[in-house]
Design a protein around this ligand. Structure first.
Ligand code: FAD
Length: 427
């Protein structure tokens, strides 16, 4: 990779800036010279790069991602349970390279929309005609008093898959039988609404096998949660009273964390001491969103419903967890379908084709125990500039299903993971 202030790119970039005004045919003729830079090699970014390559083989695509191997949050709870190896949830970028995408292992540090440039941690500056950001989430350090990056080394969030997840697994392994695992759960919006409750089930599975006298205490900043009735039914059926959930109005909201003492304090002043403390703090869009000027005061990124282009900065598209896309959840599946739409829109724009009709989808499978799966699904379209979920289109698995149904959902979850991995990284 080299700094791309070439005459050709400057010309194509300048033309792209004027495309909707006076020079559409010139821009389309020069689509081959267009450069799309994608930040983030996770669910949204890697999908966008791959699908843009399919739609527009002539466009230059550069993917910026610091990690050489991407470990997924999906199925990281199964790793905690001992049901998955660490290797099995890691994915390389070789497939994307083989597809003709330039992959640069660096952190994007700054974006200048006026000059259409992005600065990388390697010192390189790249010029872009379209920029796609899918940086995921950052933790809001100190939103819970005392919980910062140093505290996370003692009381891991494990809400980005990587060293944090491995640390939490090691802590579970060394915890004494009869100990207590405490999890602090944030209010909405946050990454993966069903994730904490699946994690509780997966930790319970591990305890049932290895530390059956242990307890799990969930302290929640909300009064209800995704797939609640299904989770509570499954927890009871498989783990009896091992999991206790305390809702916000019953004094579930954690306000302060003492990571050294492995203690939390709730809004009503109750203190809970843990043997293993898992704090999932409030979150916001990955920092590059703010530096690119696309995040608003909420810390998240408003986007156009039909394209996922930023409402604040033209030609910057933002995907996945970083965005305000409700009623779509912050999920890997959602990021994947948003990326496919954005890629089609960018290709149509660069190649002078008709814009695609927007439609999105999501299914989140959760595993409660081996052979016991549940799910929530949604399909989405746009109406008056907003994402909507047509009435009766989605839903959750039926309550009180039989064992065969739960076993099928567990298998569908495995198949979803394999299909998604192949769609994005592993081909
Ligand atoms: P990510 O996939 O996190 O990708 C962001 C990437 O951007 C990262 O690789 C990061 O290194 C990179 N990045 C960040 N900043 C920069 C920068 N400045 N420069 C360069 N690169 C940068 N979703 C599901 O659909 N199904 C599930 O079963 C599921 N289970 C989950 C379980 C858990 C425990 C958790 C925590 C989440 C789960 N999710 C699940 C949610 C899913 O992980 C996220 O919704 C998804 O990863 C969002 O995709 P993204 O592209 O927005 O972010």
């Amino acid at each position: 990779m080299s700094v791309s202030f070439t005459r050709r790119n400057i010309l194509s970039g300048a033309a792209a800036g004027l495309s909707s005004l006076v020079l559409p045919s010139l821009v389309h003729a020069q689509a081959g010279a267009a450069h799309v830079v994608v930040v983030g090699g996770g669910f949204g970014g890697a999908t966008a790069a791959r699908y843009l390559r399919l739609h527009a083989p002539q466009v230059r695509i550069t993917l910026i991602e610091p990690e050489k191997r991407f470990y997924t949050c999906p199925f990281s709870n199964m790793y905690l349970a001992g049901l998955r190896s660490w290797d099995s949830i890691g994915h390389s970028f070789d497939g994307l390279r083989a597809a003709g995408i330039e992959v640069v292992h660096a952190l994007a540090e700054n974006v200048d929309a006026s000059t259409r440039t992005i600065k990388l941690s390697t010192g390189q500056t790249l010029r872009w005609d379209r920029l796609v950001l899918s940086p995921g989430v950052d933790m809001r350090w100190n939103a819970l008093e005392g919980y910062d990056a140093a505290a996370a080394e003692l009381a891991p969030h494990a809400w980005k898959a990587g060293e944090q997840t491995r640390l939490l697994r090691r802590q579970l392994e060394t915890m004494p039988d009869g100990g207590i695992f405490v999890m602090a759960i944030p209010e909405n919006p946050f990454r993966c609404p069903p994730g904490p409750y699946e994690r509780a089930a997966m930790v319970a599975h591990y305890f049932k096998q290895h530390k059956p006298r242990s307890k799990i205490l969930l302290l929640d900043a909300k009064d209800n949660f995704s797939k609640q009735a299904l989770f509570q039914q499954g927890w009871k059926a498989l783990y009896g009273d091992m999991i206790e959930w305390v809702k916000q109005s019953d004094d579930g909201q954690v306000m302060r964390v003492d990571a050294k003492a492995l203690e939390v304090e709730t809004a009503f002043g109750t203190r809970h001491k843990a043997n293993v403390l898992n704090v999932i703090p409030p979150q916001k869009a990955g920092f590059i969103a703010e530096r690119a000027g696309v995040a608003n005061a909420s810390g998240w990124v408003p986007v156009k419903a039909d394209s996922f282009e930023s409402t604040q900065v033209k030609d910057i598209f933002v995907l996945g967890d970083a965005t305000i896309a409700a009623p779509m959840p912050k999920s890997g599946f959602a990021a994947n379908t948003q990326a496919k739409m954005a890629a089609a829109v960018i290709a149509a724009d660069l190649l002078g084709r008709d814009k695609p009709v927007p439609s999105y989808a999501n299914t989140c499978y959760s595993l409660i125990g081996p052979g016991y799966g549940i799910s929530v699904a949604g399909v989405y379209r746009t109406e008056n500039g907003k994402i909507v979920e047509p009435a009766g289109s989605g839903g959750v698995s039926p309550l009180d299903s039989n064992a065969a149904y739960r076993a099928s959902e567990a298998r569908y979850g495995e198949a979803w993971y394999a299909a998604m991995s192949a769609d994005i990284w592993d081909r």
